[in-house]
Design a protein around this ligand. Structure first.
Ligand code: BV8
Ligand code: ZN
Length: 248
């Protein structure tokens, strides 16, 4: 395993980066931290909303119990996001999509910043804060950046809920299966800005490594995945990822 300070990219990783054909990137809240998006677990404590830990307010049960409270939580986060822009980490990853024979970007983030940076075909395994869906006919509708969010379903008139995957809910049909399939085919897998604690998303780097991919973690802190990695870049994604695009 090679450790790298913020300045240098280990030769082995750079070699793999230059020879890779099939690359998968998994991102978490940390890739958006330098854009000003609060992470869930930073500085040792986890996000709390009105006294509720985030995995309580962001849970299937809460939609049953109090959909208005769930909307309040996501409305608050959407309003935060409106002013925020992608950072150099998003830009670097967007730049990679045309560099490799096969490239797959899987994100746990619902903020849409990868797409804003120009990334195409982003696999949003936990949904998007910029969409709502009907609680009965499941028709999805996009939520405008400006103006009010729609309140009821145009097709059946029933209530809408955030089109995000809440704790205790299944991931979007086929999203995880596709991501797992691409992870198993990859020769290089980056895990950027995630504590890798939420499943099944956290199993993707394990699948990639188990199928022979070179695994690189980018994170200022160690995670439960670090010991599992071939390379660990300790630092901020916005500072480190652009270094990989510099062809020595
Ligand atoms: C499900 C959307 C089937 C909503 C989210 C197996 C074992 C144990 C538990 C389970 C299991 N399988 C299922 C479970 C239950 C649960 C789970 O995993 N629980 C965990 C807590 C143990 N999983 C589920 O419920 C999933 N569904 O399994 O369905 C099922 C159905 C019924 C019953 C059983 C099973 C659905 C999970 C999805 C939930 N929705 N998001 C919302 O956003 O509110 S999860 C949400 O939290 C995020 O999407 C993300 O996945 C997670 C937060 O993690 P990170 O993104 O990694 O963020 P975090 O803050 O933790 O870490 C940030 C990292 O960045 C840090 O390491 C930090 O050091 C680093 N960083 C900071 N700055 C930078 C940086 N890195 C780089 N650069 C920087 N500048
Ligand atoms: Zn409907």
């Amino acid at each position: 395993m090679e450790f790298a300070g913020s300045s240098s990219i280990p030769a082995k990783l750079r070699e793999r980066f230059q020879s890779a054909q099939k690359v998968l990137v998994l991102t978490g809240a940390g890739v958006s931290a330098e854009s000003g998006v609060p992470t869930f677990r930073g500085g040792g404590n986890s996000a709390v909303w009105k006294g509720m830990p985030f995995d309580v307010i962001s849970s299937a049960q809460m939609v049953e119990r109090d959909l208005d409270a769930v909307w309040e939580w996501f409305d608050y986060r959407r309003n935060l996001l409106k002013e925020l822009k992608p950072n150099p980490a998003h830009d670097a990853i967007a730049n990679w999509q045309d560099r490799f024979g096969e490239f797959t970007l899987v994100t746990q983030n619902i903020d849409g910043l990868h797409q804003q940076a120009g990334s195409r075909d982003v696999v949003e395994v936990h949904g998007s804060i910029w969409r709502a869906r009907c609680i009965s006919c499941h028709e999805a509708v996009s939520i405008p950046r400006v103006g009010l969010r729609p309140n009821e379903c145009e097709s059946c008139g029933d209530r809408l809920r955030p089109d995000v995957v809440l704790f205790g809910e299944l991931l979007p049909p086929g999203a995880f299966e596709y991501a797992a399939h691409m992870a198993a085919r990859g020769d290089l897998c980056f895990v950027v800005g995630t504590s890798a604690l939420v499943y099944p998303a956290a199993s993707l780097p394990e699948i990639a490594r188990a199928n022979g991919a070179y695994l690189c973690e980018v994170n200022p802190e160690r995670t439960q995945l670090s010991n599992f990695c071939d390379s660990v870049l300790t630092g901020k994604a916005g500072e480190l990822l652009p270094l990989l695009n510099i062809d020595l």
